[in-house]
Design a protein. Structure first.
Length: 414
């Protein structure tokens, strides 16, 4: 489950709900039905295509036959989709709708699926955005300038948004933030995964085939601050897929997913002429079951968590967990140690009777799927499918064979 990369400094962005500080075997639900997981759980601009009916949407997504738009990188791929595949598998010029929700002007109106603009990280961040960063004090701005000077000789973007992310990820400690920046940007430069996905020079065909299955999540709608909402249907995630997918692919898929999310936020920033730096993450555990107790899969999940925590900090301002069953508390005992302290501090839990009320503290219910008590649906789907995917299980046997033939399961990844 992709809960997001979050540094320690953003605890001030937590919800307006008071939480019990007393640890117990189960969360102590406070006002509004929410608790803080840290204290209560155990340790170019693209136009908008508006489809006005469900039939138009599915005609658009499930259009058959080739569009002839493949790039040189993907046209050589042996893994291209069939003629009856959705458009994002047929055409290299489209992405899965799970990444396009910030383009949605109104609920229920399907967004354009055109691939994001090809550009390096930070290349279109105006210098004056330094004064528009969210809740950024003059002291923080001064430290960002110090950090920029400290990392001047290192590879990687030094734009104001990136500087603030790394600074906050290390609680305002410039020296430690500079070391983190050096290591993260060095790793990103060494692998070239992020650059390849951004510039469309790396074949992402297999990643697109997995999009509908892992992670079962999507950007859709805006919170009350105008920032993206990232919906994660963790309970539908396939631990069998995590167990058998090569570790190298899973880590690369994490980079692919984060890159697409960052591109969506950068596109929203351009359109609004202000930095869109954070998102609210909603994790639904309603379908969580005993199948989650898979130690090999959990070990691979840890690799994904550390990839984002160490290399892509400060994307999340809060994580709201909804419909959490008792089994989730045991799993949290294991998984909580994978996250930085700052990420754990941002997690809140809503009991099943207060899901809608708690979500309403952070977002207009018009963006909340009807399945969670809100007003949003797409066509006949109360879960806003296919924008928020509902995987029926792991990917097909053919996809799994292609992954195992193309990637290694070695844990030490260069």
């Amino acid at each position: 489950f992709w809960m997001g990369s979050a540094g320690p400094s953003s605890q001030k962005k937590a919800a307006d709900v008071h939480h019990s500080k007393k640890a117990s075997a189960e969360p102590a639900f406070g006002a509004g039905g929410a608790v803080n997981a840290e204290s209560s759980w155990p340790e170019g601009d693209i136009g908008m295509r508006e489809a006005t009916t469900c039939h138009q949407w599915f005609d658009f997504c499930w259009a058959s036959r080739s569009h002839g738009l493949a790039s040189p990188a993907s046209s050589r791929s042996p893994h291209k989709g069939r003629g009856d595949d959705p458009i994002w598998l047929q055409s290299d010029q489209h992405v899965h709708p799970k990444f396009c929700g910030m383009r949605m002007q109104e609920p229920g109106v399907v967004p354009d699926l055109e691939r994001f603009k090809k550009e390096p990280l930070g290349c279109n961040v105006p210098s004056h955005w330094e004064y528009m960063l969210p809740e950024c004090s003059e002291e923080e701005r001064a430290k960002c300038r110090q950090l920029k000077e400290r990392v001047a000789s290192f590879t990687g973007s030094k734009d104001p948004v990136t500087m603030l992310r790394f600074l906050r990820a290390r609680q305002g400690r410039v020296d430690v933030a500079a070391e983190m920046f050096k290591n993260a940007m060095g790793w990103r430069e060494q692998t070239q995964w992020e650059t390849g996905f951004r510039m469309n020079t790396k074949d992402d065909t297999l990643h697109k085939k997995v999009d509908n299955y892992w992670p079962p999540s999507a950007m859709l709608g805006q919170d009350l601050d105008g920032d993206p909402i990232y919906w994660n249907r963790l309970g539908l995630g396939s631990m069998d897929f995590l167990e058998h997918a090569p570790a190298q692919f899973l880590v690369q898929h994490e980079v692919y997913t984060i890159t697409r999310i960052m591109q969506a936020m950068e596109e929203a920033s351009r359109l609004s002429n202000k930095p869109v730096m954070y998102m609210t993450v909603v994790v639904d555990l309603g379908d969580l079951g005993m199948n989650m107790f898979n130690l090999k899969a959990i070990g691979k999940y840890k690799l994904c968590v550390r990839t984002m925590e160490d290399n892509f900090p400060e994307l999340v301002k809060r994580i709201v967990v909804v419909r959490a069953p008792r089994i989730a508390y045991t799993l949290w005992n294991i998984a909580s140690h994978f996250f930085d302290e700052g990420t754990r501090a941002k997690i809140q839990i809503a009991d099943s009777n207060s899901t809608t009320k708690v979500l309403g503290n952070f977002m207009d219910l018009k963006w909340v799927p009807k399945a969670l008590g809100g007003k949003h649906s797409i066509g006949s789907s109360d879960w806003c499918e296919p924008c928020i995917p509902a995987p029926p299980g792991p990917p097909s046997t053919d996809v799994m064979k292609a992954l195992q033939a193309s990637y290694t399961d070695e844990r030490h990844l260069q």
